[in-house]
Design a protein around this ligand. Structure first.
Ligand code: FE2
Ligand code: FE2
Length: 248
């Protein structure tokens, strides 16, 4: 199994990995490109879902945002009760961010296909590209830092505050970063490449994803994310419903 996919699937049962790989085979032809062929999913598999190139990028942001919510929640909990955040859970979130967010979404898609096209296009969106690249680089430094600290069984008490601050500043930066990409950069890229090329690029992105992860990287990342949220007791969406505002 490819190293990237192994990293994503660490801790996922072999049966689940098999379902993910079968789901991948049902959406790819022998050359690995995306196809519209309908095939009956085996019991336990989901129907293959076709996504556009921009939808693909935006749902990857969904995984990235969920990892950032884990950082945000972990920063709060670490200050209240350091023992409530197992370092290995934080390490899994940082590894997911590294493998799926940085090595795939940023390096293989945005920096190769999206940013160069937007940078060459006339208009305001091009002016964001250098900052977005600098933020990718800063994010990787912070991921290195989180990974280096979470290797041990225990986070030393003097590291709690700097770690919490690093994660919070990462969350703040990336929330703005992904929001600009969703609302300015991806629409500008879509306009620059045109509808016909977008379809070809959707297939290309699928091919890169299969090459990078040896299967459906999004499904594997989603499953990994759900496991991380469950281990931190964050899997119940309703726990995040805001309280009613004060009566005026
Ligand atoms: Fe980005
Ligand atoms: Fe992005």
């Amino acid at each position: 199994m490819d190293e990237k996919r192994r990293q994503l699937l660490t801790g996922i049962s072999l049966a689940s990995a098999g379902v993910l790989l079968n789901a991948c085979r049902s959406t790819s032809n022998s050359s690995g490109s995306a196809t519209n062929e309908k095939s009956e999913p085996a019991p336990g598999e989901h129907e293959p879902v076709e996504v556009t190139a921009t939808e693909d990028l935006m749902r990857e942001h969904g995984i990235i945002r969920r990892a950032l919510l884990v950082y945000q929640e972990s920063a709060t909990r670490l200050r209240q009760d350091p023992a409530s955040v197992p370092p290995d859970t934080l390490e899994k979130a940082a590894t997911l961010f590294r493998v799926f967010g940085e090595d795939y979404h940023e390096k293989k898609l945005e920096e190769v296909y999206i940013f160069p096209t937007v940078k060459k296009s006339p208009g305001a969106p091009a002016s964001y590209v250098d900052v977005l690249l600098a933020q990718h680089a800063r994010g990787r430094e912070i991921t290195d830092y989180v990974l280096s600290i979470t290797k041990e069984d225990r986070i030393p008490s003097h590291i709690i505050e700097p770690l919490a601050r690093a994660m919070e500043s990462f969350v703040r930066m990336y929330a703005h970063h992904a929001a600009i990409e969703d609302t300015v950069i991806f629409p500008a890229w879509k306009a620059a490449v045109g509808e016909a090329e977008l379809d070809a690029l959707a297939a290309k992105f699928e091919e890169i994803e299969t090459e990078q992860f040896g299967g459906d990287g999004f499904d594997a990342a989603l499953q990994r994310m759900e496991e991380i949220e469950t281990s931190l007791g964050m899997s119940n969406l309703d726990m995040f419903t805001a309280p009613a505002p004060p009566k005026s």
